[in-house]
Design a protein around this ligand. Structure first.
Ligand SMILES: N[C@H](CCC[C@H](N)C(=O)O)C(=O)O
Length: 279
């Protein structure tokens, strides 16, 4: 096996290993993905992104793998990072990037931030999905003090809990218990949100398949949509994450736009032994 080149990128500290599978397909097992995700013996990442040739005429297709090896539908911060990289390669700011749940439109702004149109927020119980029919505005599922969620799907599933003090929530302890609650048949990303003003909120996240991350783009989108649904926020607001701030807008047309910075940390080559030794 050859050495595997990669780009290490992050969006507000939500970090990614990006592989280019356009010239030759890259197929890794869940165990191999977990081996690369290891922050001591691998490279370490929250998500792995594999860029593939487009299937429906967009600029590229992106596959998204969580650190636990599972493939998922959406990753907002990674979409922004990939858009920035591909935009420089294509020498144009606007791109379209296919994912397993649809094609996302991206734009690299003059200040270097990247905006992604994550598409329409899905609010139906079967779109989240939940285990049974109910109003997704108030879902009685969780672990104290996170007991009533507003659930939103922005390509991937989120349970958003509004709290008085986000810093006081023991996310490492209760996040995994909510992630695996039987109410959520595809598991779920968990957000604790403290409203600071009609245009600012603080959010902490336990990500499905990863754990606590410094930022979650789709989580910020879901938090804004949930806050608007509960009358707690204007349709455009800043979401303050551990790693920094994302600006999110839920347009009158129902689409969710996310804007924020991206960064390349380094480029590297993965030794074949890391992959071949994976159990
Ligand atoms: N953990 C998420 C995927 C990554 C989401 C996050 N990193 C983002 O920026 O949207 C899930 O299992 O749906």
């Amino acid at each position: 096996m050859e050495k595997l080149p990669f780009i290490k990128m992050h969006g507000l500290g939500n970090d990614f290993v990006v592989l280019d599978g356009r010239a030759a397909p890259i197929a890794l097992s869940e165990a191999q993905i977990r081996a690369i995700a290891d922050r001591r013996t691998g490279v370490g990442f929250d998500q792995m992104i594999v860029i593939e040739p487009p299937k429906n005429g967009a600029d590229a297709f992106m596959r998204i793998l969580n650190a636990d090896g599972g493939e998922v539908e959406a990753c907002g911060n990674a979409t922004r990072c990939v858009a920035s990289w591909l935009s420089e390669e294509a020498n144009r700011p606007a791109l379209s990037i296919e994912t397993v749940v649809g094609t996302l439109l991206t734009n690299v702004n003059a200040d270097g931030t990247v905006t992604v149109d994550m598409g329409e927020a899905r609010l139906g119980w079967d779109e989240i999905p939940l285990a049974r029919e109910m109003d997704t505005l108030k879902v009685a599922a969780g672990v104290a003090p996170l007991l009533e969620a507003t659930c939103v799907n922005v390509g991937n599933p989120h349970a958003v809990y509004f709290v008085e003090d986000a810093e006081a929530i023991p996310m490492a302890e209760i996040g995994p218990r909510i992630e695996h609650d039987p109410m959520f048949p595809q598991r779920i990303n968990v957000e604790a949100v403290q409203i600071l003003s009609p245009t600012r909120m603080r959010m902490r996240v336990w990500e499905r398949g990863v754990g606590i991350t410094r930022a979650c783009g789709t989580g910020a989108c879901a938090s804004l949509v949930a806050a608007v649904r509960r009358g707690l926020s204007e349709r455009k607001a800043d979401v303050i994450l551990d790693g920094g701030t994302l600006t999110i807008e839920w347009t009158e047309a129902g689409r969710v736009l996310m804007t924020g910075p991206v960064a390349i940390s380094y480029r590297g080559e993965l030794e074949p032994a890391v992959i071949e030794s994976a159990q």
